[in-house]
Design a protein around this ligand. Structure first.
Ligand code: SF4
Ligand code: SF4
Length: 194
């Protein structure tokens, strides 16, 4: 009899603890927003990892800090990055990023010796094709610099630029083709020397 009463009291106590937790979260400020009527406060996006973007140059904001060292591309587990060095110094002529393959691990950001890449806070991206997730980050950097200083995210979904992803995907295929051709030429040169 006493043990049955004791069990009931323990059950009641457990129920009260659960109800207190529920009540605390019920009245706590809401963490989610009722999109699209409301959007996330930009301050809450500080730790959010959106697709990669090139950081702006110190003197010229439309110029990348990238020195084409390839560290990010070599360390990327998803093979998402294609960087091709251009004719002008160390600057890249192509910087392509396939967001559809990216697991947002951050290895590329950590390894970059020039702090040339970082995660964007672009939250409202929409697309209907995978090709549009291949992003030309040099073009993106130029358009952001042309738009002026960084502004907080607007609430409307950001459609990926029509044709931009397809063009970037075509450029990616071209870059891969040329690098394979270059590797093939290097291989045959080595074979000839041998
Ligand atoms: S975040 Fe990770 S998966 Fe994405 S591009 Fe960088 S290294 Fe690759
Ligand atoms: S690691 Fe940095 S500097 Fe090197 S290619 Fe990648 S973005 Fe450019």
């Amino acid at each position: 009899m006493i043990s049955a009463i004791w069990d009931n009291l323990k059950g009641l106590y457990s129920l009260l603890v659960g109800m207190c937790i529920t009540a605390r979260y019920f009245f706590a400020p809401r963490k989610t927003v009722h999109y699209p009527r409301k959007v996330v406060d930009p301050e809450d996006l500080a730790a959010y990892r959106g697709p990669l973007e090139l950081t702006r140059g110190k003197d010229d904001e439309s110029r990348t800090r990238c020195i084409s060292c390839q560290m990010c591309a070599k360390g990327c587990p998803g093979n998402c990055i294609t960087v091709v060095k251009g004719a002008e110094g160390k600057l890249p002529s192509t910087w392509l990023y396939d967001f559809s393959l990216c697991c947002l691990c951050g290895a590329c950001v950590e390894v970059c010796p020039a702090a040339a890449i970082d995660f964007s806070h672009r939250l409202y991206l929409v697309t209907t094709t995978r090709e549009e997730l291949v992003m030309d980050l040099l073009a993106d950097l130029k358009s952001r610099a042309a738009a002026g200083p960084l502004k907080p995210e607007a609430g409307a979904p950001e459609a990926l630029e029509a044709g931009g992803g397809a063009a970037a995907a075509a450029a990616l295929a071209e870059a891969v083709k040329s690098s394979k051709a270059a590797a093939g030429a290097a291989g045959s040169a080595v074979r000839k020397e041998g």
